[in-house]
Design a protein around this ligand. Structure first.
Ligand code: V0D
Length: 253
């Protein structure tokens, strides 16, 4: 692969790889769409696509980590996805257990830290337990942050944030005049992370579908027809390369 046209230097420090490549996005967010369609195209049940999509998560996480990306936020399950057939939802809800059983040791070896955004309280107990355990086990890792959005919706997140701010104003922590954009940012689930530099959506749909609406105000957007299970490290690299050639202005000139 020839990802980096510009000169870069790499500093290896113990097991950790610190990258100093020019203009690598620090935070990449992905809407992993097209899993059901991938399966249906092959005459397989939709859940076969979710399973294949799960395997691709691991491939892309590894690639992102090696490129020196700091945060990868993946939209795995939206607050709207509960409307799908029960059997499909039940299958998806077991995927974190499956994923962690298969891949957690390797991700720990890769120094990856696992985090989530969204209301994971609503997940089945054993799924939630597996996720909490993985977060715990990787809490001190210093490589890529794999941030999985589960039972996440951006409007719900903003509403939740506004209610928290209201509560704090009532408690006299600050006055209404002290509320700024920063205040809202600091109450979102993503409070610990910078806004995404690059947002990718696979599978040909060109919309945000209630994902990181506040946070993506200045994000570069990248859409591809490729279905998520087929969106491998190669095309991911292309998206990053494309990003590196764009000029970001953040509303300035
Ligand atoms: C289903 C394509 C990995 C999108 C990817 C519960 C649809 C496969 C995880 C995962 C899902 C979750 C937590 C964790 C590690 C991995 C996952 C869901 C769906 C929603 F700590 N794949 N995956 N979670 N799909």
């Amino acid at each position: 692969m020839h990802l980096f046209k510009l000169p870069f230097k790499k500093i290896r420090e113990k097991e950790q790889l610190l990258s100093a490549e020019i203009n690598v996005p620090e935070h990449v967010a992905i809407i992993m769409d097209g899993n059901g369609r991938w399966a249906q195209k092959r005459g397989l049940p939709r859940i076969a696509g979710h399973r294949e999509g799960m395997d691709n998560v691991k491939r892309v996480v590894k690639a992102a980590n090696h490129m020196g990306i700091h945060i990868l936020t993946l939209y795995a399950f939206s607050t709207e996805n509960w409307k799908r057939p029960t059997s499909e939802v039940e299958y998806i809800m077991k995927l974190p257990i499956d994923f962690l059983q298969h891949y957690l040791p390797e991700l720990i070896e890769e120094n990856v830290r696992i985090e989530t955004i969204g209301e994971i309280e609503r997940l089945p107990k054993n799924t939630r337990a597996a996720i909490l355990r993985a977060k715990d086990q990787t809490a001190n890792n210093t490589g890529l942050i794999l941030n999985i959005a589960i039972n996440y919706g951006s409007r719900g997140e903003m509403l939740h944030s506004i209610k928290e701010i209201y509560q704090e104003v009532q408690e006299g922590k600050y006055s209404i005049n002290d509320i700024t954009e920063e205040t809202l940012s600091k109450h979102l689930y993503t409070k610990n992370y910078q806004d995404p530099d690059l947002l990718i959506r696979t599978s040909g749909e060109v919309r945000l579908s209630n994902f990181l609406l506040w946070q993506s105000a200045y994000s570069e957007l990248w859409f591809t027809e490729t279905l998520w299970p087929d969106f491998g490290p190669e095309e991911f690299g292309k998206a990053i390369q494309d990003f590196q050639q764009r000029k970001r202005r953040f509303g300035g000139i």
